[in-house]
Design a protein around this ligand. Structure first.
Ligand code: GLC
Length: 423
């Protein structure tokens, strides 16, 4: 029998140890609450660990933080914890369930579809789908209504944290337009993790300014759209949203009213029609764009590969990206580096500036498969497995040395390993 790539019991134990009663924290200390896209990915792990009810519960708990306008926030502060900054008092959201005021890449609907298809308990799957669908639909309609009020097809993001790829070099330029927070605060992340693996203070000051900005503007969507000093069309969010639209529309058939589905279909078609604006001829890759200057953000990052997952690339664009992936993996052989290793801004150990993240690799491999690029998909899987060779489940991995970085005993890494890398 083939030896498993990793200790399955260990991965399952991580989920159990990080379970705070219906929701799973990403890791102890560093991230003591429920995060949006982490929850979705982690649900895949619960499913694979054989606990279907627990998988569905993870998503139900996430939607407990949903705002009346449909937004599913990036952090749900279900219970107090003093190991994280900025906490609920800094965000200043007064809802019954405390949350942050921004969202995160909406992989949720794609995960709901997988859980629904894989669930062995059919009655449970039908019941949970019916229960979750209205909230998930409201979330998608929110993205287009609030984040694309001009109907361009390309939703925008107001904070690097919203991208889930906090300090990607793609955000360096647009962040220059954001003032620094004007008060003293104490970061907690660098108390848990080596500062060399985290964002710089210069960036953090601007992250906090934006958090204050939302609060100062009373979370008013129109005002924020008109005046936010950071407004970016993020190719990662746009791609993940587009894939999730398609998955959601499949789930909606005969289950949800036609007005919502028609509206989502139209928005999704607008995205597909507009995506060409985010293709960079000189980089042979998709990129994000600063809507305040109109400039493309010229970084070759893993987000620029996600249009394959979103089925937004033409066959010719997919082929060009695939070619690019050759040198990308050759020079940073552990997983797919979050920034191309030939880039000047590449740092193999620093968070979203070079390490590889296994849940991203999973989406990219799925995207490659969709385009029939199965050899490359298999290679991505192989190099992702290589990250797990030391037997631990880290937040992310140094893409050159394979060393684990960031937080340890990490939920989404364990979950995606169970879901994707077990065989
Ligand atoms: C970091 C990551 C983000 C993730 C969160 C919790 O902020 O950049 O993507 O959701 O940690 O794991």
């Amino acid at each position: 029998m083939k030896k498993p790539v990793f200790d399955i019991d260990h991965a399952t134990r991580i989920l159990r140890n990080n379970d705070l009663g219906g929701y799973t924290i990403p890791t102890q200390g560093l991230y003591p609450f429920q995060w949006n896209w982490d929850a979705a990915i982690t649900a895949l792990g619960w499913m694979e660990a054989g606990d279907e009810a627990r998988a569905w519960l993870e998503l139900e708990m996430l939607l407990k933080g949903q705002w009346d306008n449909g937004m599913v926030p990036h952090i749900i502060f279900h219970a107090d914890a003093d190991t994280y900054f900025p906490g609920p008092e800094v965000w200043g959201v007064e809802n019954a369930v405390k949350t942050s005021a921004i969202s995160q890449p909406p992989v949720l609907a794609s995960v709901v579809k997988i859980l629904f298809e894989q669930g062995k308990d059919r009655a449970l799957a039908e019941q949970k789908l019916a229960q979750l669908l209205p909230g998930v639909m409201a979330y998608h309609l929110w993205w287009y209504r609030e984040r694309d009020p001009e109907n361009t097809g390309l939703v925008c993001s107001y904070h690097p944290w919203e991208s889930g790829m906090d300090n990607s070099p793609a955000w360096d330029h647009p962040l220059e337009n954001v003032p620094a927070a004007d008060w003293e605060y104490t970061r907690r992340d660098t108390g848990h993790v080596d500062a060399a693996e985290r964002p710089h203070k210069h960036q953090y000051d601007r992250y906090i300014y934006l958090v204050d900005f939302f609060k100062r503007n009373h979370f008013d969507s129109d005002l924020i759209y008109q005046t936010c000093p950071y407004r970016v069309q993020d190719i990662g969010i746009i791609s993940i949203l587009h894939r999730a639209n398609t998955d959601l529309l499949v789930l909606c058939q005969n289950r949800i009213d036609n007005d919502s589905t028609r509206s989502l279909q139209q928005s999704s078609a607008r995205t597909a029609a507009a995506i060409g604006a985010l293709w960079s001829e000189d980089l042979n890759c998709f990129v994000s764009r600063d809507t305040l200057t109109g400039a493309q953000l010229k970084t070759i990052s893993c987000a620029g590969v996600l249009p394959l997952f979103g089925e937004l690339a033409s066959p010719a664009q997919a082929a060009a990206i695939n070619e690019n992936l050759g040198s990308w993996i050759e020079d940073a052989p552990f997983g797919l580096a979050s920034t191309h290793p030939h880039s000047e801004t590449f740092e193999p150990q620093r968070y979203w500036r070079g390490p590889s993240w296994l849940h991203i690799n999973w989406m990219i491999a799925l995207g490659l498969d969709t385009y029939g690029l199965s050899e490359r998909a298999a290679q991505i899987k192989q190099v992702s497995k290589a990250c797990l060779a030391n037997g631990d489940f880290w937040e992310y991995y140094n893409s050159v040395s394979g060393e684990g970085c960031g937080g340890g005993e990490f939920s989404w890494t364990a979950a995606i390993a169970l879901h994707w890398l077990k065989d």
